[in-house]
Design a protein around this ligand. Structure first.
Ligand code: PMP
Length: 436
């Protein structure tokens, strides 16, 4: 399997290089490879599998579609499946946001929704520039990539959207060299200054896009106070705030949507991954005042796949019935307490960041000189060694962060306390062995 793939698939493939296994089956949080070896899947299809692999409710919902004979592709025509999906999504959102919301179905990926959201605010405001955050990730299509922080594939592509990058509070590696709360306070001041001062040379943008927790960027939660300041400033300046919850949405962070932690609502909400219950689907939800598009202004053949909508409706129902956002919060705390104990005995875990079931361990090199905050440099090599060791021991974790040195865990929301303990045991052993 692997030889064939490495010989014939595009050189852009990335997961297979770090996770060199061929999968045969998956159930819940466990996947098996073609040789029958089991792994805990803490990547969950990059966060799409909120309920794990082949959850009975999701499977049943898809089988119902199959049996009912509803056309699998309806363009943007409606169907009973689509009606049920829209109703469920609006009920799943906070009422204050859902009341006046409009839904735009986009292509299958998160990047498709980002593209649509940017077009929408450009059309609504008549302005063309955007603001985005350093370290943020919004996808790999041309427009979405222009909003994504400065990653390698971007550098060779020449001119892109006009995007102004703003500092994102990251206390551990604060862009201002400040720690703790000073980092988010200073970032907020800096942004306020950019927006207010005509001398700053900043043109008023069509919108500001932000993740509530930077996922690919290394699991960096925006402090609530910072997010609230951003909401207040964007309101004052008449700049639509686009919150990208492609990864953080649907219970992942301990609330249904991560913006709820900061008690704010966006103008535009960008959703994908878990919304399709593991099938490709993305939508943008926005305030009706922004619904300025002419009919056909945003089109595309694949918008709202019927099977994905059925799977998504079932996923939302299960999250709601089983209060999985609370479970995610509890399980996150359990992970955190394991890592707290781990840090007493290892020196290479510089920081632990947990927001529900978005978990990041920043791997550092304590043999190198520390920065002025006392933090050691990132150690991507050791992070990769730990990842490899985890995979050999039956645990799939991913790497992320600006230097590729953050071990990321995104287990399905249905992970049990026993599984959390098992996962931590494997991870702890791998870290200890790599430290020696
Ligand atoms: N936004 C965020 C916050 C993401 O995490 C991702 C994917 N990791 C995207 C957008 C892009 O989604 P996709 O890969 O489906 O295009």
């Amino acid at each position: 399997y692997l030889t064939y793939q490495s010989g014939r698939e595009s050189n852009a493939r990335s997961y297979p290089r770090r996770i060199p296994i061929a999968l045969r089956e998956g159930k819940g949080i466990v996947v098996k490879d073609v040789e029958g070896k089991s792994y805990y899947d803490c990547l969950s299809g990059a966060g799409t599998l909120a309920l794990g692999h082949h959850h009975p409710a999701v499977t049943e919902a898809m089988q119902d579609v199959w049996k009912s004979g509803v056309p699998l592709h309806t363009l943007d025509l409606t169907s009973p499946v689509k009606e049920a999906f829209m109703k469920e999504l609006l009920a799943f959102l906070p009422a204050s946001f859902a009341r006046d919301a409009r839904i735009q179905f986009c292509g299958p990926t998160g990047a498709d929704a980002v593209e649509a959201a940017v077009k929408l605010v450009k059309t609504a405001t008549g302005r063309t520039g955007m603001m985005s955050f350093q370290g943020g990730y919004h996808g790999m299509t041309h427009g979405a990539l222009s909003l994504t922080g400065n990653i390698k594939p971007k550098q060779a592509l020449g001119s892109m959207n006009d995007v102004q990058f703003l500092p994102y509070p990251y206390a551990y590696r604060c862009p201002f060299g400040l720690g703790g709360e000073c980092c988010d306070e200073t970032a907020a001041h800096y942004i306020a200054h950019m927006l207010q001062d005509p001398e700053s040379g900043v043109c008023k943008p069509a919108g500001m896009i932000m993740e509530m927790v930077q996922g690919e960027g290394g699991v960096i939660p925006a402090p609530n106070r910072f997010a609230a300041r951003i909401r207040q400033m964007t309101k004052e300046h008449g700049i639509p705030l686009l919150i990208d919850e492609v990864q953080t949405g649907f219970g992942r962070t301990g609330k249904r949507f991560a913006f709820e932690h900061a008690d704010i609502v966006p103008d535009v909400l960008i959703l994908s991954k878990a919304i399709g219950g593991s099938l490709p689907l993305s939508v943008v939800v926005y305030h009706k005042s922004l619904d300025v598009w002419q009919s056909g202004a945003h089109a595309g053949t694949f918008r709202g796949n019927v099977l994905a909508m059925a799977a998504g409706t079932a996923t939302m129902k299960v999250i709601q019935q089983e209060k999985l956002e609370h479970h995610a919060e509890q399980m996150g705390l359990r992970f955190e307490s394991h890592f707290h104990t781990l840090r007493q005995t290892v020196t290479s875990v510089g920081d632990v960041r947990v927001k529900g079931l978005m978990i990041g361990l920043e791997i550092v090199n304590p043999d190198q000189p520390a920065d002025r905050l006392g933090h050691f440099p990132a150690d991507p090599k050791m992070a990769a060694d730990i990842q490899k060791m985890c995979i050999e021991s039956g645990l799939i974790v991913e790497l992320g962060g600006r230097h590729g040195s953050v071990l990321r865990l995104l287990p399905p929301l249905i992970v049990t306390p026993e599984q959390v303990d098992d996962i931590c045991t494997i991870l702890e052993k791998a870290i200890h062995r790599c430290e020696r």
